[in-house]
Write a new protein. Structure first.
Lengths: 348, 348
């Protein structure tokens, strides 16, 4: 076999491997868990009240057995036969009752989705609204930064600016959020500064920043800033410098330049940044958990977590999680429609 | 104008008259684009002043100068329709939409694009896009239109057509055109006056005719049109003429720079001024080593016994097939000039 044929076989093998990995990723790590979650959200266990009473009785009997067994270990030899008899009798009764016991019935339906309380629905809608705010805030912060970086005349300045943006990402997300916690806490930097400036009375305990949703926004904007900056940066950088100069030369103000030339050109980049930031914020658990610590309002992701790991009800948890995903997808679809951006443009 | 240590344009006095078609001609890297960007305001001069209509432009940004720039790549706004492109400058000046549209259509009519107002620039041909760029620049009613090699992207036929078009438009609107090009043909055919630049210096400013007939330096002589240069020394001066001593013999030639007797120089004759020898005092005999038939002309190269090669261009009067293997060419004293030694255009 010639080396050329070998190379082409190699290439085919390699691309086959890549496809396989991609397929494993998409099916095994995205689709299957989602399907499992959807399935889980569509059923619940149902038992009639009598059955509940029965299983409670069985539980009680088991406890009795355990107590007798403990007694047995401590009892003098002459009392043991009596206790052993009693344990045997209890076990018989348990066996009898267990024979009558039925397995709870697995019922399929959409009821899990209808079970959201008014309060939780409120949290759900508020989370979507908050995520929109975080996205807009992030866009407002990142737009000038990305523009400055993309238009920087010297290559060095541009590289330094981008490096400065990337460096914080070398540390753990939790640490980045804790940094904000240290700033906004009661005894935090900001309060200390305000006390020092005499704007806040030390006795009052400082301003309770952490109870305001705004602090969570700030931490979140910071946590996800790169997901907004880089799509914007790429979009801005691909804009021909002459377009900017032509607009300036024709007398355009900064506002007109951006409205008519830059934003239309950067639309796909803006859409990508917004979609990513929105999805990340709506699904963020650690940031609201750390920043608000229950002092501020809950985000929906925290409710989902509690359904899974505190209420131990995976069925409702799955229904909550899937609702959030669905709402986000619908929202993203609407935004893309609004900005007239296609999937293909986003993939660019 | 300096960039760090690089001097892009040496201190220069250049006076462009109102309403003329003025070209800056020079090889790439000679500083002509820098000069244009200085005029348009995208660069600030390190020293010196730029006056437009007697007004000092220092501190006035491109958007407020009475200039409009046409970029090499045109820099049309790809996402706007043709008429929106043309009307962009008016939009920047706050003209109402209906009025913008009306004026854009009038301008499109001027450049013979009346039916294309609602198309996108990408739907137009190269020449049409060119005219859109001109209309867009004219819309802001500049007193100076700056054109940065706008024809360089077009194919030869279209380029020749656009030369006439540009000249006609300039006559119609009557404003000053400052046109940058490295193509001497463009500069000669379109311009009222041409400035030839080399390495940040202006070598000569003149009408196309005088530039061709009376080049002031060896660079201009070789950059504009074909040329023959032979090392020479002024042997005897006689009024505006002189006797030049060269390896090929002594020739009578004009001495426009008034070189002193004994001074070194270059004897310069255009290829088409080397005619059949009969009736001329200045004669050179040589072997024909190359010939190229160009239809209306015959171009050939002769080599003298000293090894000097000379280019000759004869009009085709039906007898070129009879060109002998060895010819004698002659030229009149009025067609030869002795120029001070200096750098040549290095394109040959």
């Amino acid at each position: 076999m010639s080396s050329g044929a070998l190379a082409s076989l190699d290439r085919r093998l390699l691309s086959g491997l890549c496809w396989l990995l991609a397929a494993i990723w998409v099916f095994g790590l995205v689709l299957l868990p989602q399907l499992f979650m959807i399935e889980t959200s569509l059923w619940w266990l149902e038992r009639d009240p009598q059955a509940t009473a029965l299983s409670q009785r069985i539980d009680r009997l088991y406890q009795e057995v355990m107590l007798r067994e403990l007694d047995l270990q401590a009892a003098p030899v002459e009392r043991r036969p009596l206790l052993e008899d009693e344990i045997a009798r209890l076990r018989e009764e348990i066996a009898l009752l267990e024979a009558r016991e039925q397995q709870p019935v697995k019922v399929y339906g959409f009821a899990n989705y209808a079970r959201m309380s008014g309060l939780h629905l409120q949290v759900f809608l508020r989370t979507l609204a908050y995520s929109v705010l975080v996205t807009l805030l992030s866009l407002a912060v990142c737009y000038p930064v990305a523009w400055t970086a993309a238009r920087a005349r010297s290559r060095r300045g541009r590289a330094l600016l981008l490096l400065a943006l990337v460096i914080p990402y070398a540390i753990n997300e939790l640490l980045r959020v804790y940094a904000w916690l240290m700033i906004f806490d009661y005894e935090g930097l900001l309060n200390a500064l305000l006390v020092r400036l005499g704007l806040v009375d030390r006795q009052s305990g400082g301003i309770p920043f952490l109870t305001y949703p705004f602090t969570t926004f700030v931490a979140m904007v910071y946590a996800y800033i790169l997901f907004m900056v880089f799509p914007l940066y790429n979009a801005f950088e691909s804009l021909d410098e002459h377009q900017v100069e032509a607009a300036r030369d024709l007398g355009a103000s900064t506002w007109l330049l951006h409205r008519r030339v830059v934003v239309p050109h950067a639309r796909p980049g803006i859409a990508v940044g917004c979609v990513m930031t929105f999805m990340l914020s709506a699904g963020s658990y650690s940031v609201p958990q750390i920043m608000s610590r229950g002092l501020g309002g809950d985000w929906f992701s925290q409710l989902v977590y509690r359904q899974f790991f505190e209420a131990n009800n995976w069925n409702i948890g799955a229904a909550y999680a899937f609702s959030l995903l669905l709402a986000c997808l619908v929202f993203v679809g609407l935004v893309m429609r609004l900005f007239r951006v296609g999937i293909r443009e986003i993939a660019r | 104008m300096r960039f760090d240590r690089l001097v892009a344009v040496e201190p220069t006095d250049l006076d462009i008259r109102a309403g003329e078609f003025f070209s800056l001609l020079g090889p790439s890297g000679c500083g002509k684009t820098t000069l244009l960007r200085l005029i348009s305001g995208f660069l600030k001069p390190t020293t010196g002043r730029i006056l437009i209509g007697g007004r000092d432009m220092a501190g006035i940004p491109p958007s407020r100068r009475p200039t409009a720039l046409i970029f090499q790549n045109l820099a049309l706004f790809p996402l706007m329709s043709v008429w929106e492109n043309v009307a962009f400058g008016l939009e920047a000046r706050g003209v109402a939409k209906a009025e913008r549209r009306r004026r854009a259509e009038a301008l499109l009519e001027l450049v013979a694009l009346a039916g294309s107002a609602d198309k996108k620039p990408a739907e137009l041909s190269g020449g049409q896009r060119q005219r859109v760029a001109i209309a867009r620049a004219l819309a802001v009613e500049p007193s100076v239109l700056l054109l940065d090699e706008p024809l360089s992207a077009l194919d030869l036929k279209l380029r020749q057509h656009m030369r006439h078009e540009l000249r006609a438009i300039q006559r119609r609107v009557g404003i000053t055109f400052v046109y940058i090009t490295h193509d001497q043909g463009e500069a000669l055919t379109m311009s009222d006056r041409v400035a030839v630049m080399r390495r940040g210096r202006i070598e000569q400013v003149d009408t196309p005719e005088r530039l061709y007939e009376e080049p002031a330096t060896a660079f201009v002589a070789t950059f504009v049109g074909g040329s023959n240069l032979v090392p020479a020394r002024v042997r005897r001066k006689a009024g505006t003429e002189c006797l030049a001593e060269t390896p090929l013999g002594n020739f009578r030639a004009r001495n426009p720079q008034d070189l002193a007797e004994g001074a070194e120089g270059l004897l310069f004759v255009r290829p088409e001024r080397l005619r059949p020898a009969a009736g001329h005092d200045n004669r050179i005999r040589g072997r024909v080593v190359e010939r190229a038939f160009e239809g209306p002309f015959l171009l050939f190269t002769i080599e003298t016994s000293q090894g000097q090669r000379l280019q000759v261009q004869w009009l085709n009067e039906g007898d070129v097939h009879a060109l002998a293997a060895e010819v004698e060419v002659g030229f009149s004293a009025g067609d030869a000039r002795i120029l001070p030694p200096g750098p040549l255009a290095d394109e040959r």
